[in-house]
Design a protein around this ligand. Structure first.
Ligand code: NAG
Ligand code: NAG
Ligand code: NAG
Ligand code: NAG
Ligand code: NAG
Length: 547
């Protein structure tokens, strides 16, 4: 089970109780962060040089503008909005603006010029697995230059530039002369949020997307429905949310809500991949769609309870066809996550019609064959909508026939088991991404960010070809114990550790330097209004003030 308590960890924690009370476990970094030679950059860019020459910035003189040679259209609102957003972040949203002198000193930086270097800027497009996210940033007088082939690189470069700016002892903004050349190590860097176990108001989702952008995450995996509730409002099957949501008006995502989330994400370079998990995890679907779920039997009589999606009825597949046709138009991303995890066979076993179907199809008592039968039909349906699919690892483990571009999402087991699975999946030629070590809904005492930081999705026994099939990973925040009240502090800055693992070079592993950069990065998030929890004993120049 995804959220089962790990008793080994619990026992270990109890054993360490005494040292935990003192706040120290193993090798802790020093509480007070030392300056890193990389300042407070997070995640660390691929190539960084920061010199000791510093320039001043003032809100009255500084501008972020399109460079003269940029291919960007001046009406590209994605860029204009980003310039405004980062201007505000650099100078402090709510704090007073600097003196309106209009006069500039000899070492004042007054302009960041943004150049898009390719004719197709993708300003109006959606980010994808193949997006070019690279950028180059040069901070020199008379002006700083940010160059990127596409808008996606510009967004990351603006975040990096804003991270270079710091305040001196007089409260004046400074930036050091710097050269940065940057691109992500992995193309898929995701956060999973679960809006079924608890409903997450749209604003919470938007706020989280904003924080994701500060950490260069680029995929929002929206685990939108599950057993407990069905908040997604379908136009084709409105009953699903009318009957299946916690509340049909207040706890639903309307088509307008979903559009808003997708656009807010897009202009921050973030893809939205919805997950509609079947055939298990579907109790809430059954409330609005009769005959979709399998009736469970108690002896020779239906017990009145229902199990996974009923895989033996043609009506099931007619429903899925219509449903996923709608989904494929609502969500622009090339991928849909189809789940496929944790199918409980006991209800299928109890049902005489299913038993007969099993016999007729020669499946014997192997219910994973029935599951494969269902999933295969489903994949064929989704393929006709021209979408690619992601699936949880069980679908692969059960030997379901998959198209070569299927993404296998690894989430199970201990380190040795998931590394074996990554090796197995990639030796079969499939692309894969990792979540097992990054279940951030699990909490413990101490600096667990270090464990998240140490995990590496390419660490398994395999060839170079196999390693290249690893597209990245996702930090997951399952919703059993998470809603709007605790989502941000539980996720941030712990997810930031995952962000650096997925963005920065493989050899960026120094925990001490990570601490020295992550501490101020966390304070920066706090200053930007994110209730990101503390990493350890420390303070921020400007503490979170609750607004
Ligand atoms: C920036 O420059 C100042 C001196 O002006 C220096 O003390 C500081 O270490 C520099 N920062 C970085 C990250 O190199
Ligand atoms: C379901 O569809 C299959 C294939 O089209 C067909 O052979 C079968 O008779 C249908 N079953 C029912 C109960 O309609
Ligand atoms: C499967 O479902 C049955 C009946 O609802 C339940 O008793 C059993 O605990 C479930 N098994 C697992 C592994 O969750
Ligand atoms: C790899 O996966 C296949 C398909 O699930 C399975 O048959 C095989 O035993 C696995 N091999 C290893 C080494 O885990
Ligand atoms: C990788 O291979 C080594 C040497 O064969 C072995 O000791 C180790 O257990 C393997 N690791 C995994 C995760 O399978």
């Amino acid at each position: 089970m995804r959220t089962a308590l790990n008793f080994a960890v619990l026992l270990l924690a109890l054993g360490l109780c005494e040292s935990l009370q003192r706040g120290y476990v193993g090798e802790e970094p020093e509480p007070v962060a030392e300056p890193s030679k990389y300042g407070s950059l997070w995640p660390l860019p691929q190539k960084v040089q920061i010199s000791d020459v510093s320039y001043k910035l003032s809100s009255s003189n500084f501008r972020i503008v399109d460079g003269k040679l940029s291919y960007a259209d001046p009406s590209c609102s994605l860029l204009q909005d980003a310039y405004r957003r980062y201007f505000d972040y650099i100078f402090g949203l709510t704090r007073k603006h600097g003196p309106k002198s209009g006069r500039t000193g000899p070492s004042e930086l007054t302009e960041l010029q943004v150049w898009i270097t390719s004719p197709d800027t993708e300003c109006d497009g959606y980010p994808s697995l193949a997006s070019d996210e690279s950028y180059e940033l040069s901070v020199q007088l008379p002006y700083a230059v940010l160059k990127a082939p596409k808008v996606w690189g510009v967004l990351h470069g603006l975040e990096t530039f804003s991270q270079l700016v710091y305040e001196d002892e007089y409260g004046v903004k400074n930036v050091n002369s710097s050269e940065i050349n940057d691109f992500p190590r992995f193309a898929h860097r995701g956060i999973l949020l679960d809006s079924s176990r608890h409903f997450l108001p749209v604003q919470v989702i938007l706020d989280n997307l904003e924080t994701m952008a500060m950490n260069k995450f680029n995929v929002f995996h929206w685990h939108i429905v599950d057993d407990p509730s069905f908040p997604f409002m379908s136009k084709t099957f409105p009953q699903l949310s009318q009957k299946g949501a916690y509340h049909p008006y207040t706890h639903v995502y309307t088509p307008a809500d979903v559009k808003k989330v997708i656009e807010f994400a897009r202009v921050r370079g973030i893809r939205v991949i919805p997950e509609f998990d079947t055939p298990g995890h579907t109790q809430s679907w059954g409330k609005g769609q009769t005959d979709l779920l399998t009736p469970c039997y108690s002896g020779s009589k239906p017990s009145g309870t229902f199990g996974p999606v009923n895989p033996i009825l043609n009506s099931t597949y007619d429903f899925m066809k219509q449903f996923f046709k709608e989904i494929s138009t609502v969500f622009p991303d090339a991928y849909i996550h189809l789940g496929g995890d944790e199918v409980n066979f006991s209800c299928w076993k109890s049902n005489p019609d299913i038993q007969k179907f099993m016999t007729d199809h020669g499946f014997g008592q192997d219910f994973s064959k029935l599951e494969s039968f269902y999933i295969q039909n489903l994949l064929d349906i989704v393929t006709t909508t021209n979408k690619g699919y992601m699936i949880w690892q069980e679908v692969f483990d059960n030997g379901v026939k998959l198209t070569p571009d299927t993404l296998i999402h690894v989430w199970k087991g201990n380190q040795q088991q998931y590394q074996k699975e990554m090796a197995n999946v990639t030796s079969s030629g499939y692309q894969t991404l990792l979540s097992t070590p990054w279940y951030l809904n699990r909490i413990s005492y101490g600096q667990d960010w270090q464990e998240f930081y140490k995990a590496d999705p390419q660490e398994f026994n395999g060839t170079e070809t196999q390693k290249k099939l690893v597209i990245g990973g996702e930090a997951c925040l399952w919703g059993e114990y998470v809603d709007a009240t605790n989502l941000s502090p539980r996720l941030w800055p712990r997810a930031s550790a995952v962000a650096e693992r997925l963005w920065s070079a493989m050899d960026v592993t120094d925990l001490g330097d990570a601490w020295n950069r992550l501490s101020p990065h966390r304070c920066r998030m706090v200053e930007r209004g994110v209730p990101a929890e503390p990493l350890f004993v420390s303070y921020c120049p400007r503490e979170y003030n609750g607004v």
